[in-house]
Design a protein around this ligand. Structure first.
Ligand code: HEC
Length: 176
């Protein structure tokens, strides 16, 4: 085989490797947002703060409690809706959306750090409040003990936040 037939593929491979290396962070964060790679618990916390403090500060979340309103899975569903409404406004197109995997990750972070009150609500009502958001419905149907991020972070606290004892303990069987 003539050497010249090897040059083009070689250049192509080098270019791909180089681009991959240059955009490594961008590519891995994209893969994570799409759910092809998993977030570590620490990355999940960073993601939750990033995505949830764009419009209001995080105190709105750390002060949230079971008396304040529905569980975080519903809050995150509502925030996804708010973001898409907001993005429709002129000048706001750049507002970052929350992908399915990001939403699923963020719910688990706040559930673990602040509290999970899904148990106190009827499943049927919660599913209705998901407005057909399949990724979150699937999460709702996963017991907290089987949610990787939520069980890894359970019991941790954040400044300004308290893990309230009314939270579901993921160590308990799901039907408890
Ligand atoms: C598009 C901007 C925007 C983003 C991004 C956003 N929020 Fe909000 N959030 C709002 C607005 C506006 C309100 C007040 C209106 C309301 O309560 O519906 C609010 C209110 C809240 C409340 C208080 C609700 C209550 O009933 O007291 C919580 C908790 C909350 N957000 C959590 C979050 C979380 C968690 C995220 C990340 C997933 C997030 N927000 C991202 C705009 C946003």
């Amino acid at each position: 085989m003539k050497i010249k037939y090897l040059v083009a593929p070689l250049i192509l491979i080098i270019t791909i490797v180089l681009l991959g290396w240059l955009f490594k962070e961008r590519i891995t964060s994209d893969l994570k947002a799409r759910g092809y790679l998993e977030y570590t618990p620490d990355e999940a916390i960073t993601l939750a703060y990033d995505k949830c403090s764009g419009c209001h500060n995080s105190a709105k979340i750390t002060n949230y409690c079971f008396r304040c309103g529905p569980p975080f899975i519903v809050v995150v569903r509502n925030m996804r809706t708010l973001i898409s409404l907001e993005k429709g406004k002129p000048g706001k197109e750049g507002l970052p959306a929350i992908s399915d995997n990001e939403a699923v990750t963020i719910v688990q972070v706040w559930n673990a750090l602040i509290g999970n009150w899904e148990e106190g609500w009827r499943k049927k009502d919660l599913i209705k409040m998901m407005e057909g958001d399949q990724a979150l419905i699937d999460l709702l149907n996963t017991p907290p003990s089987e949610r990787k991020i939520e069980s890894a972070l359970f019991g941790k606290t954040v400044p300004g936040g308290v893990v309230r004892k009314e939270s579901i303990n993921p160590e308990l069987p799901a039907d408890k």
